[in-house]
Unconditional design. Structure first.
Length: 138
C-alpha cells in the first residue's frame, strides 16, 4: 500500500513539515483572528490528524496563544503563519493550505465564520457558508 505524503514549509524554509494522507477537510475561514494574523480577508486551512503530522526543521517555530483554548504556530524568522491547534478539536492540527507544496487530496468544501467576512471581499464560489466554525476549521 502506498502512503501519500504532503510536504510544506514557511516562506524562509526554517520550519518544514509533512503529513500523510488522507486530509480530514479543507475550508476557508473568515474569522477576524485569521484575518488579523494573516493580513488577508480569508485563510484556507487543511485539517490533519496529529498522529499523521510531523515537523522536520522546526527550530524557528513559535506558538502564540490566540485565545483561551487555541494556539497559532508561526515562524519566528520570516513571520509566516503556519498552524492552528485548539482544545475544541483535540488530536487535529490545522495547516495553512498555501504553505503546503503542490496539490493535495482535498479541495476547499465550505466557508466558516462568514459573520466576520470582510465587507469588501466576496468569494466567487457556491460552497456552503456557515456563521460559526463547522467540522474543523480555525
Amino acid at each position: 500500500m502506498t502512503v501519500t505524503t504532503f510536504h510544506g514549509a514557511c516562506l524562509c524554509g526554517e520550519v518544514q513539515f509533512e503529513y500523510h494522507a488522507p486530509s480530514l477537510w479543507c475550508a476557508h475561514c473568515h474569522c477576524s483572528m485569521c484575518q488579523r494574523a494573516h493580513g488577508a480577508p480569508v485563510v484556507t486551512w487543511v485539517g490533519v490528524p496529529e498522529q499523521r503530522f510531523r515537523l522536520g526543521s522546526d527550530a524557528a517555530l513559535r506558538w502564540y496563544r490566540s485565545s483561551a483554548d487555541a494556539e497559532r504556530g508561526f515562524c519566528a524568522h520570516c513571520g509566516s503563519t503556519l498552524f492552528f491547534r485548539s482544545q475544541r478539536w483535540p488530536g487535529e492540527i490545522h495547516i495553512v493550505r498555501t504553505n503546503i507544496s503542490g496539490e493535495i487530496d482535498v479541495m476547499p468544501s465550505f466557508h466558516v465564520h462568514c459573520e466576520s467576512q470582510a465587507p469588501w471581499f466576496s468569494p466567487g464560489d457556491s460552497l456552503p457558508r456557515h456563521r460559526e466554525s463547522g467540522d474543523g476549521a480555525a
